[in-house]
Design a protein around this ligand. Structure first.
Ligand SMILES: CC(C)(COP(=O)(O)OP(=O)(O)OC[C@H]1O[C@@H](n2cnc3c(N)ncnc32)[C@H](O)[C@@H]1OP(=O)(O)O)[C@@H](O)C(=O)NCCC(=O)NCCS
Length: 205
């Protein structure tokens, strides 16, 4: 029998593992963004996430399998508070110096998308490599859908690289459809990924 997967709000003590899963899941993007500072990516990510700890880490969730953090997902609503940009910048400059810090700001802005008024915007979906293909991704997206219904929102949306076949297959399997394709020379130049799919799942009342 498969082990149960529990999806729950993230806690401060999860952040190191969350950061590790994110860096592993999006290694190419972290490598592009951090350059020669890649080994600091986990610590910097954990510190930026921790800025929201006093507010209870809103929108950040983890999946537990075998009693450990196996995956993470972020769910954003249009009016969610954002961490102070000055505090984020403070961490980046302190950890990476002036140019490394400013470079990170540019990369972070590339992938940042606003959430629509009646939608949940999904990002940072990642599962630890040894625990993939065991239903963790599916469980986190099912949880996202439950949260969207609880919040009375009408749809879930996300952006995925058109090359990311595993993720696209996962989303399609769960009823997401492609809403549009966007090409960006900037992301091709900086991240090596040019085409992005906006995928959407409307929730029936
Ligand atoms: C995409 C990702 C989150 C999937 O997580 P997962 O826990 O392995 O997914 P699941 O086990 O729930 O898989 C559900 C379905 O997704 C599809 N899928 C998942 N991984 C796949 C792969 N490597 N190849 C093809 N299909 C895949 C399959 O249809 C699978 O169903 P099946 O196992 O019954 O065939 C994981 O591969 C990951 O962390 N990738 C790196 C980060 C990333 O790309 N995130 C998405 C950003 S938009």
């Amino acid at each position: 029998m498969p082990e149960p997967i529990e999806v729950r709000p993230a806690r401060s003590e999860d952040l190191e593992m969350v950061a590790e899963v994110l860096v592993e899941g999006f290694r190419d993007k972290f490598r592009a963004a951090f350059g020669r500072h890649l080994e600091r990516a986990g610590r910097v990510t954990a510190r930026i996430l921790a800025l929201e700890a006093p507010r209870g880490l809103p929108g950040l969730y983890v999946a537990e399998l075998d009693g450990r953090v196996a995956g993470t997902i972020a769910l954003r609503r249009w009016n969610d508070p954002e961490p102070s940009p000055f505090r984020v910048l403070g961490i980046l400059l302190g950890e990476l110096g002036l140019w490394g810090g400013l470079r990170l700001v540019l990369y972070m802005s590339l992938l940042d998308q606003p959430a629509g008024r009646y939608e949940v915007y999904i990002s940072d979906v990642a599962v630890a490599a040894p625990l993939r293909r065991r239903g963790v991704g599916r469980a986190m997206l099912t949880y996202a859908e439950e949260m969207a219904r609880r919040w009375n929102l009408h749809a879930l949306v996300l952006d995925v690289s058109a090359e990311n076949r595993a993720a696209i297959r996962l989303y399609r399997q769960l009823g997401y459809r492609e809403e549009r394709t966007r090409s960006s020379f900037l992301t091709r130049w900086l991240l090596g990924e040019e085409r992005w799919l906006r995928m959407r799942k409307d929730l029936l009342p």
